[in-house]
Write a protein that binds this ligand. Structure first.
Ligand code: C2E
Ligand code: CA
Ligand code: CA
Ligand code: CA
Length: 279
């Protein structure tokens, strides 16, 4: 028994060693990716239900790995957060997205906004308001054309310093959106305390609004609540005509999802904008 116990430990240690090795390997690969500019920003349009036109895009990072091909953020963002690399990666995404939005404005698509996702770690690492100010100055993008997406979990924790940081960002004139609304530790207190402009209703509600009366009712209530708080609503993950019809009926402001477009490279989005202009 003693012998097998030792083997067990040996196996465990080997397994752990292998995991640490993999972790270090992935971390190095992320560093190389940053240096060699293997990241790419894709853009997914948002449609305004009043005008029926694109109101803006969400920037979503991709990792174009030389061997593994296009890697989705779900498989590297959490490692980037653990290693702190989300700081430089996030900064690169923000800069790239602002340069792109500015280009679209120069092409005549002058009301396009760009939304960029932020991680809590970025707020621990740096003064995000100062970063945003610098990048807007460098790219010449007007603050009202930039939107920053935050998640509910970021509003927990040390919320005093987060509140201060968000107030600084608001003062620049940038829009603040609460992403994945309804999934986290949703508390109405957050909406009261933090300077949020837009509520983004999570895909898990949108998915079943046409089949689950509870999700339909919750979604309707979120939209009504947002309106009474003078906040805008966006629904994410819209995939069907039925979902769109429901969101239109309850007067959700904007919609986003595969029904309109998957996230696409900048050039493909430019084509979509041109196409819409000629309609
Ligand atoms: P998210 O911010 O909630 O972004 C929406 C995700 O849903 C995207 O996945 C998008 O491709 C996907 N999606 C959009 N419409 C539909 C639809 O109709 N149906 C379905 N099934 N999915 C849809 P993606 O691009 O893989 O990103 C996953 C997550 O990675 C994002 O979730 C966000 O949390 C994170 N992420 C992406 N880019 C960045 C970034 O630059 N910085 C940070 N910190 N996080 C990022
Ligand atoms: Ca988002
Ligand atoms: Ca989301
Ligand atoms: Ca979501």
């Amino acid at each position: 028994a003693k012998e097998s116990g030792r083997n067990c430990f040996k196996f465990y240690a080997q397994e752990m060693g292998r995991r640490i090795e993999q972790y270090v390997e992935m971390e190095n690969a992320l560093r190389v990716a940053l240096e060699q500019q293997q990241f790419e920003v894709y853009y997914q349009p948002k449609v305004n239900l009043c005008s029926g036109r694109f109101s803006g895009v969400e920037a979503l990072v991709r990792w174009n790995h030389p061997q593994n091909g296009m890697v989705q953020p779900g498989s590297f963002i959490s490692l980037a957060e653990k290693t702190g690399l989300i700081g430089p990666i996030g900064e690169w995404v923000l800069h790239t997205a602002c340069v792109q939005a500015r280009q679209w404005h120069d092409m005549g698509f002058d009301e396009m906004t760009v939304a960029v996702n932020l991680s809590a770690i970025q707020f621990d690492q740096q003064d995000v308001a100062a970063l945003v100010t610098r990048i807007l100055a460098e790219t010449g993008l007007a603050p009202r054309h930039l939107e920053l997406e935050l998640t509910e979990s970021m509003l927990m924790g040390d919320s005093d310093s987060m509140l201060a940081a968000l107030k600084d960002i608001k003062a620049i004139g940038v829009t603040l959106t609460l992403d994945d609304f309804g999934t986290g530790y949703s508390s109405l207190a957050y909406l009261k305390r933090f300077p949020i402009d837009v509520i983004k209703i999570d895909r898990s509600f949108v998915r079943s609004i046409t089949t689950d009366p509870n999700d339909a009712s919750l979604t309707r209530t979120i939209v009504l609540m947002a309106k009474s708080l003078k906040m805008k609503t966006v629904a994410e993950g819209v995939e069907t005509q039925g979902q769109l019809g429901f969101l239109n009926a309850i007067k959700c402001d904007d919609v986003q999802g595969f029904y309109f477009s998957k996230p696409v490279p900048a050039a493909a989005l430019t084509e979509m904008l041109r196409h819409q202009q000629n309609r």
